[in-house]
Ligand binder design. Structure first.
Ligand SMILES: [Fe+2]
Ligand SMILES: [Fe+2]
Length: 303
């Protein structure tokens, strides 16, 4: 059972707001799962990044809806948002410094969101309904150069929690065609029947790790398209490892903990700036170029 259950009492009756709140509750539950698993601090840090990113996006959506409906109580309501973000960011900083209390963070998020939804967001939703609806900023998938809705992504990771995290991140961009595999071999078999446009593959897996998998995908006997974009989240990125990954056929590495804006920017960059491939040994590998630029305004809804 999830640690934080969605109930009808939390529904405010405005689809966009309820949808965002459900995503936030999912993310708070991912934090609880990550704390319980206790095996990977980059997982916890990634989940916190995702949670803060989506919270800021959601609050911005509410701010825009308040502006388009002339909501009289907007200053007080937005102040509540600001205080919450500042508090969670302070908890994130404490965690990064090594003296954070994750249980306290989970409890704070659960209590704050429940109370805010049931009082402040319910009042705002009543105003929206009374005034005939709010104008919404287009969802992330409706803008930008990538057709997120029709993008097929394969997530390869031996940790269930990381696969869930990646799925959640991709969902916030509007990606719905997501496949998962638990190691390189399973992923390679999956590609034989269902091609992917983008592969997000973990580096450390057993029995077939990310680099071995990538070499198979880039091999001349591979059934999968050589042009598929392969991105690799990694705990450590050294010059030697970048060289090895490049020679295997990885497009790009992403340092853990992950942030949604980085994942989005890297996918967008490589899909919209395809590189040529060259033959090395028995593999076709992408020609590496300068690293992708830092993600600017790449947070959901802020393209
Ligand atoms: Fe809200
Ligand atoms: Fe709110």
């Amino acid at each position: 059972m999830a640690a934080f259950e969605w109930t009808d009492a939390l529904a405010v009756g405005v689809d966009a707001i309820d949808g965002d709140h459900k995503i936030l509750i999912d993310q708070i539950n991912m934090l609880s799962d990550a704390i319980e698993s206790g095996i990977d601090d980059t997982l916890v840090a990634s989940v916190i990044n995702v949670l803060i990113d989506y919270t800021v996006y959601h609050f911005d959506r509410e701010r825009q809806m308040m502006a388009t409906t002339n909501f009289a109580d907007s200053v007080r309501h937005l102040k509540e948002h600001d205080i919450m973000v500042a508090k969670v960011q302070a908890m994130q900083s404490a965690y990064t410094r090594g003296n954070g209390d994750l249980d306290e963070m989970f409890k704070f998020l659960k209590v704050w969101l429940t109370q805010h939804i049931m009082k402040s967001d319910q009042a705002f939703a009543a105003h929206i309904k009374a005034t005939g609806g709010a104008k919404l900023v287009p969802p992330p998938e409706a803008r930008g150069a990538v057709d997120w809705r029709n993008l097929s992504v394969l997530v390869v990771d031996d940790q269930f929690n990381f696969r869930s995290l990646m799925r959640n991140i991709l969902n916030t961009f509007g990606v719905t065609q997501i496949q998962e595999a638990r190691d390189g071999m399973e992923a390679f078999e999956r590609l034989g029947t269902t091609p992917a446009d983008v592969i997000l593959v973990d580096d450390e897996m057993q029995p077939c790790d990310g680099l071995s998998f990538t070499r198979m995908v880039r091999g001349t006997k591979s059934p999968s398209p050589k042009a598929v974009v392969i991105l690799m989240p990694s705990r450590e990125i050294t010059r030697e490892y970048v060289k090895e990954a490049t020679e295997a056929g990885v497009h790009d590495l992403m340092i853990k903990p992950l942030a949604p804006k980085t994942v989005r920017a890297r996918i967008e960059h490589h899909l919209t700036n395809p590189v040529p491939f060259r033959m090395v040994d028995d593999r076709l590998i992408p020609v590496r170029r300068a690293p992708a630029p830092a993600a600017q305004a790449a947070r959901p809804g802020m393209v």
